[in-house]
Write a protein that binds this ligand. Sequence first.
Ligand code: SF4
Length: 427
Amino acid sequence: MKAAFYTLGCKVNQYETQIMEQRLKEAGYEIVPPDGFADVYIINSCTVTAESDRKTRQILRRLKAGNPKALAVLSGCFPQSSVERAKTIPEADIIAGTRERADICRLIKEALETGERVVSVSPFDKKEEYEPVRAEGFYGHTRAFVKIEDGCESYCSYCVIPYARGPVRSKLTDAIRDEISGLASNGFKEAVLVGINLSSYGKDCGLTLEDALRAACDTGIERVRLGSLEPNIITPSFIDCVVSLKKVCPHFHLALQSGCDATLHRMNRRYTTGRFREAVLSLREAIPGCAITTDIIVGFPGETDEDFEKSLTFAREMSFSQAHVFPYSKRAGTKAAAMPEQVAKTEKARRSRLMIETCAESRRLFLQSHVGKTIPVLFETASDRVFDGFAPDYAPVKVKTDDDLKGKIKDTIITGCDSDACLGSVN
Ligand code: SF4
């Protein structure tokens, strides 16, 4: 039997697709690319925004139109956060929650044998255990995403993730060391530690993110990168730990969401712009030249023109290496969805444009700052003799060469940059 995966959303979802692929392979399935013919299609869905829901529905419709006899599995955060909404999608033959990944083979077998729709979405248990899984590889990737934490209990007022992912649970440090050692011996050079709320790592078992970092670095892997972090994790002991571990990449993705304290308060974010500034300045002081990237929501309910101006000014002051800008997306069941003063779509678009333009300038300066330097780049993909890779600070680098650089870390002289990457040459 041939199986194909569509993965939407975050790095955790990509890791979980890897785990499901491993399970299906062990069960004798052949994994084929999603645009090819398959007997079973698995959509590992995301539900962070209305747009991700729309994409999930569109993929299912298209798949079934192109291959009506195939089995379509809707799995992941969409059905887990709302099984009733998932059931309204006629193309979904199997509906499985985020807790049912381990059962994927059994659910497919049941649907094939009965010819009936299978729905298996169970609620989280307060004492939910961390699912003991281990990635052996990361098909089609050069950097391996390693999930070490699941769940979130922060309940930011705009976010449905806590409902789709349940309570915080963490992978123990021995398992982290074991998994990353395996990936290193399988040729991976970089491990990216990811979680639903990575900053909550260890909250359930008396460990800290520093413990996880030490375990990850105590392996043959050459680079360890951190996924998205909450600003409050940036403490003197965290910084001391990062500085002491040479394999940790000098790139910190700190989710800001808004540069206005009144908006942060309505978002139920647990820090102020003052605390965020302190985190950024202490990182830049301890690790000169480190990259700070971020996420910013514009058009949150109640965000006035003045509030937005404050957010824009703060983003300019922080001079991010890169910023992902999102227009606020109303999610059913969240506190923010019921808030008054929802911002008009056109106004959200205008604010997105302005925030993107503002952050593009600091991005340009960040790329420019590499010119003339020699930096170790991990090359990942290639087209027409042009290899693309990332520096430790996550600056994208392009090199034109006849040598095969894929999967290699090479010292690269940065000679210039274009609109979205540094350009370089390898000796
Ligand atoms: S920290 Fe907030 S935004 Fe992030 S997953 Fe948790 S609730 Fe959502």
